[in-house]
Structure formats: C-alpha cells, structure tokens
Design a protein around this ligand. Structure first.
Ligand code: GRF
Length: 179
C-alpha cells in the first residue's frame, strides 16, 4: 500500500483482515506510516531527497514491493505521481465521482465550490494518466446543506471504506488467474 496522508484506509483494510504485506511512503511522519509501524507492517520510507530522480525512487519502491511479495498495490492518499503501474496492478481511491474533480488533491473543496448536490468516491486502476484509469467501483455521496470540507470528507471516507475492499475483492480473482 502507498500512503502519505492520515492512513484511515490502511487502518480500515487492516481492521478487515486484508493481508497488507508492505507499506511505502515518501512522508515518514504521516499518519499512514505511523499506523504501519504500530501494526507491525513492513514500512518503506522513500523521501524524494534520498533519490536522484523520480525514476530512481520508483524503481526502489517497486523492488521493495516485489521483495515483500505484493500482488496488488493500493494507493490511498498517496500524493505523488509514480510509474509503478508498469510493474504491478495498481489501484487508487479518489474522493469524487471521477471523471469529475480528478487530477488534484482538492476534490472535496472543488465539489463544495461547484455546489454539486452529489459527489462520491471512486476506485480505479492506475495508468499513466492521473485519475483517469478504468473505473472499478464508485459510490455516490450526498452533499448536505451546511457541509464543510471536513464533514463532507468524513462522509466520503465512509464510502471509501466500503468500495476499496470491494474493489480489492473484485481484483482477487483476476490476480489469482495471472500466470
Ligand atoms: C482519501 O480521501 C482518498 O480518496 C484520497 O486521500 C484520502 C486518503 O485518506 N486520495 P487516508 O489517508 O486513507 O485517511
């Protein structure tokens, strides 16, 4: 799993007994890294300052996941573009109904600014195009009168905690079928 935020999706997967074989981050102090340490999940720290280039960082991260036998990579709140999809099946969870409000880290703010009445959460396959890979699962979330970024994000998170496990289960059979 790749994290750089508070790590609540990581916690949710661990609480549901998903086998998270390793966690990588470029922010060793983020909440997700802390959860990995607390729960004894091998943690790889890949701050960009340790690497000469993005490619060098990505190659090291890919080796790290290979060494831990990862079969599927899950990005949840990982805020760096990377090319690990070239070596792994990678999925990402995004806090909007893509293709709306893709491509940035402020999807919830944008939903409020546009005054949409419905937003949601999406899990999609990661490709070279940011937030534009094939969609696996989505859940709509209503925007309520008086919502703030925090209240709306919390409601979206609850949807993420349902659809990310669902997407992983969907992929399990495909991954198992790979030679
Ligand atoms: C989620 O809302 C996800 O959609 C977005 O970043 C957030 C990560 O939350 N990409 P957490 O770190 O799992 O709590």
């Amino acid at each position: 799993m790749l994290v750089s935020g508070r790590g609540s999706n990581l916690r949710n997967l661990l609480d549901r007994d998903f086998e998270v074989v390793a966690v990588a981050t470029h922010k060793p102090s983020c909440g997700g890294a802390e959860i990995a340490r607390e729960r004894g999940v091998p943690l790889g720290e890949f701050p960009q300052s340790k690497f000469e280039s993005r490619d060098a960082r990505d190659a090291d991260m890919a080796d790290f996941f290979s060494q831990h036998g990862a079969e599927l990579l899950v990005c949840a709140g990982y805020d760096r573009v990377h090319d690990l999809h070239r070596r792994f099946t990678v999925i990402n969870v995004h806090p909007s109904l893509l293709p709306a409000f893709g491509g940035g880290m402020d999807a919830v703010r944008q939903a409020l600014d546009h005054g949409v009445k419905v937003t949601g959460a999406t899990v999609h396959l990661v490709t070279a195009d940011v937030d534009a890979g094939p969609i696996l699962t989505q859940e709509a979330v209503p925007v309520l009168d008086g919502d703030t970024e925090a209240t709306l994000l919390e409601r979206i998170h609850q949807a993420e905690y349902r659809i990310l496990p669902e997407a992983i289960h969907m992929l399990e059979s495909r991954l198992a079928a790979r030679p």
